[in-house]
Design a protein around this ligand. Structure first.
Ligand SMILES: Nc1ncnc2c1ncn2[C@@H]1O[C@H](COS(=O)(=O)NC(=O)[C@@H](N)CO)[C@@H](O)[C@H]1O
Length: 143
């Protein structure tokens, strides 16, 4: 999984059209979302992650906790993003990984939102611009 982590004043999104045949079912309130003072995590789940999705969730969780601790972020926005990798996992595996990551982050005490999966979305982001505000991490399962 490849992640782009942006420490932000806010991240807000609004769902537009479907981007895949069967996007994640969403209700009306999930069509828009916003978090302030947030660590935005743009995540591309990769084909290699299909070997052991649970392991890659735990590794991604560890990286996010590390960065959140450094920038003192208590909120995390998990944002499905298919543009950080040229070797994407298939949508059902990717959605499962991102749902599990969201749940594990909540278990660790973060306030978490996850943007809907499989849709084109408009989004606005305000990066804080400090030295640790823009980071990337790549995690892969050992096997
Ligand atoms: N492996 C993945 N990791 C993260 N998000 C994904 C992944 N696969 C699909 N998505 C989700 O599905 C949306 C569309 O994915 S996409 O690869 O860009 N596009 C498509 O799959 C179709 N447009 C056919 O190419 C992404 O915006 C994201 O919300």
């Amino acid at each position: 999984m490849r992640m782009l982590l942006i420490h932000s004043d806010y991240l807000e999104y609004e769902v537009r059209d479907k981007a895949i045949k069967n996007p994640e079912p969403i209700n009306e309130e999930q069509r828009k979302g916003r978090l302030d003072e947030v660590l935005a995590v743009f995540a591309s789940v990769e084909k290699v992650d299909e070997v052991n999705p649970d392991e890659v969730v735990e590794k991604a969780l560890a990286e996010i906790k590390d960065v959140a601790g450094q920038v003192k972020a208590e909120r995390v926005f998990v944002y499905p993003f298919a543009h950080l990798s040229s070797d994407l996992a298939k949508p059902d595996v990717a959605l499962d990984v991102l749902r599990k990551l969201e749940e594990r982050l909540k278990e660790e005490g973060f306030e978490v939102r996850r943007a809907p999966f499989g849709y084109y979305k408009a989004f606005r982001l305000s990066c804080k611009g400090h030295p640790l505000a823009e980071l990337s991490r790549t995690v892969v399962p050992e096997g």
